[in-house]
Design a protein around this ligand. Structure first.
Ligand code: ATP
Length: 392
């Protein structure tokens, strides 16, 4: 698992080591290592059933792992009951306590931990002000909107723990503008307050906007952890390339022959083989691996429709003629789904009219920034990790 971006300078709030829990019917998590530092937010992303909630429940102490360790602020927490772990968790659609006013809701966790008095009251007021619910402190949840109720539940978690807050799909029932507004208030509060937050979400844009790092989980295993831009640009595994992004990358299987002078990519450009000189980073990374085939992942922005006024800026990259299958509107841009040879690619167009289904359009494949994967293991063939010069 690739994690090049852990900040070793800040003390870890949470360290999960080789955390494993297998449910008898399948599912669970395997050998998860995750470190979250002071001041950090980590977003956990993965398909449904991949083990995201299980991971949070293990950290919270609501499930006991079969093996592995959990360290909180440098102390082993594996034998601690949930209420002694000093953390707070918010579940999907968890309501505030209906019989308590907002102030008591916010202070509930503090009181449960025997913390009352003026310091707690100050903390409640600060959290309420940060989340825009200060004027609602005397109200009951029944007198609040859905968004305000969410703010109360999140505020309670933030008031309860200044060390670690675990959030499981906390914004999922809200409409996009409200989600964004509560999310940015929560980020501002966390930046002021410190501690660490782990967020589980299905919303990729939200995960990227919220987390300093993304943790991508599949079938109970962490596949990659890193800064959002790093994970997007340099996926460690073909799964990450296809999963991350809206839409994700298209994967094109090609043949490869690396010779002394050049590498030949077969089956990419229909009826031709594409030659790339030796010395280019990704070619060198493939040399010596004895791969007969390779998977090329192309994000929509790495496929460029060629229009006459752009042709003068062409670089040396494969150009092909693709046939348009479908065009989807995405507000200011449109997504074109097109085929050439055995491949299907997606790319953006900002043109208001055309192309239309059935049109044949020339496109350029930007191999300079594309990613390559071992077709058997799915792992990235990464020039820098393989020690080759990164020219390509
Ligand atoms: N208590 C349990 N007993 C048995 N199996 C469970 C239990 N909890 C979860 N599972 C199984 O473990 C797998 C992971 O579940 P989990 O809820 O962690 O996934 P998730 O990634 O949070 O999914 P979603 O995004 O749909 O909420 C699933 O296959 C689920 O059916």
């Amino acid at each position: 698992m690739l994690d090049s971006t852990v900040d070793h300078m800040r003390p870890p709030v949470l360290e999960a080591r080789a955390l494993t829990l297998q449910y008898s019917g399948g599912g669970g998590v395997q050998a998860i290592d995750l470190m979250v530092a002071e001041g950090e937010r980590v977003s956990v992303l993965g398909p449904s059933g991949s083990g995201k909630t299980t991971l949070l429940r293990l950290i919270a102490g609501l499930e006991r792992p079969e093996s592995g360790e959990i360290w909180l602020d440098g102390r082993s927490a594996i034998d601690l009951a949930p209420r002694h772990r000093g953390l707070a968790m918010v579940f999907q659609e968890q309501p505030p306590y209906p019989h308590l006013d907002v102030e008591r809701n916010l202070g509930f966790g503090l009181r449960a931990r025997g913390r009352a008095g003026s310091e707690s009251r100050d903390r409640i007021r600060r959290v309420a002000a940060s989340l825009g619910i200060e004027s609602m402190l005397p109200r009951r949840p029944a007198e609040l909107s859905g968004g305000e109720r969410r703010r109360v539940v999140l505020g309670r978690a933030m008031a309860t723990s200044r060390r670690l807050v675990l959030l499981d799909e906390p914004f999922s029932a809200l409409d996009p503008p409200l989600r964004a507004s509560i999310r940015s208030d929560l980020i501002a509060l966390h930046d002021r307050q410190g501690g660490a937050i782990v967020l589980v979400t299905h919303d990729q844009a939200e995960a990227m906007a919220f987390g300093h790092r993304l943790a991508i989980i599949r079938d109970g295993s962490l596949i990659q952890v890193g800064a959002p831009a790093e994970v997007y640009r340099r996926p460690a595994h073909r799964f990450v390339a296809e999963f991350l992004g809206d839409p994700g990358a298209s994967v094109l299987r090609c043949g490869i022959r690396v010779g002394p002078e050049s590498a030949r990519i077969d089956g990419l450009v229909p009826g031709a083989s594409w030659a790339v000189p030796r010395g280019v980073g990704w070619v060198e990374a493939m040399a010596g691996r004895n791969l007969g085939e390779v998977d090329l992942a192309l994000r929509p922005e790495q496929v460029v429709r060629l229009v006459p006024d752009r042709s003068s800026r062409l670089t040396e990259a494969p150009t092909v003629v693709a046939r348009v299958d479908r065009v989807e509107s995405r507000g200011p841009t449109r997504l074109v789904i097109a085929r050439f040879g055995q491949h299907r690619v997606r790319f953006w167009t900002e043109e208001v009219s055309g192309p239309d289904p059935g049109d044949r359009v020339p496109i350029r494949l930007d191999l300079q920034t594309a990613c390559w994967f071992d077709p058997v293991t799915g792992e990235a063939i990464n020039p820098s990790r393989d020690g080759a010069t990164d020219q390509g």
